[in-house]
Design a protein around this ligand. Sequence first.
Ligand code: UD1
Ligand code: UDP
Length: 372
Amino acid sequence: MKNITCVVGTRPEAIKMSPVILELRKDKDFHVTVLSTGQHTDMLIQALNDFGIVPDVNLNIMKKTQTLDYITSSVLQGVGEFLDAHEQDMILVHGDTSTTFAAALAGFYRHVTVGHVEAGLRSHDLNLPFPEEANRLLTDRITKLFFAPTKGDADNLIREGIDSNRIHITGNTVIDALYAILESQKGMSEPEYMHKANGRPLILMTAHRRESWGETLRGICSAVIDVIHKRNDVVFLIPLHKNPVVRDVIHECLDAYSDNVIFTEPLNYPEFVYAMNRSEFILSDSGGVQEEASAINKPVLIMRTLSERPDAITHGTCILVGTERNNIRDESLRILNDPEYMKSITAKNIMPFGNGTASIKIHEAIRSYFGI
Ligand code: UD1
Ligand code: UDP
């Protein structure tokens, strides 16, 4: 029996690690522990709940205001204490958050094999996204088994000197999650926000990136207002991130536009997938949304200056618009006003992030690593 701990801390880690947890748990040779650092509270539990997963251990570290130092040191300490008390053969981390890096470091310090799901993504700018690009690089220095979503991600790792025998190209587990939810969504009743939208064209917007806090986020909100002024028939659906630094600014800028803006709390995953499907297009700075939208062929204007997911852009559905107010406004209006342009934003190659079998491939690679 091999003991494997799957670490999750934030919403995207929960969504993307859930298919892996469910796959590994089918295997009688593995004892799987789900450890939540609690970097996120309700947003993490909500996402795990959509997959029927309850953490076995919860470090509950979240505070209303938390610094990067605080998150990193408390995760390192908490995961370290867990590993000291419960001998593990492998620790699996996901992605690029502070939970990811600090948990991997706790494993490394104890010579526990670190497996990194969604390894190899690179923006090649240490400050964008911040601190995620650094977290990816640091985690991959101490990882033993790499699960790279795409060939491009694997090539990044090889360029950094990682032995290709330790890299498995798996697709992104978010596609597994998306397919599972699309299946379970059949027969789901219309979410509340659809009543408020009342048949109007819907634009889904999410924004939370740390590098956009403050003035950049205000500029994004100004672009939303510009679009409303030009196209009063549309409605923006904005599921607010729980971070007060983000939600306070968005409320302050957009509360006056309640005829054209629907605010919700973070949507559960089925409701969010429903919203992606029903929207005309998506405005977002999220990583996961770029991958999901490419699988459902939905245009996304990425409000970032670069992406570590180049396949989402060459795929054709994701357009990098940057964070400038005028660019976001102009590109949004172009999509809304020009049906030919809208039609041209379609997939140019098939499924860059895999076909929903990433977690099966990760399971097989882990069995093979243990020689079973
Ligand atoms: C974190 C990750 C980021 C990831 C994002 C996904 C780091 C440094 N940042 O950013 O990489 O893209 O999650 O959403 O790892 N809060 C709640 N309830 C929740 C979650 C958050 O109230 O369930 C509030 C708390 O006040 C918390 C704040 O949001 O202090 C910020 O959370 P934090 O995890 O530090 O940063 P995020 O911006 O969420
Ligand atoms: N998501 C969700 N409900 C929401 C907003 C997003 O379930 O209200 C999902 C979304 O489908 C994606 C993930 O959460 O899978 C993205 O999380 P987030 O934007 O917090 O982080 P990022 O992807 O930017 O790291």
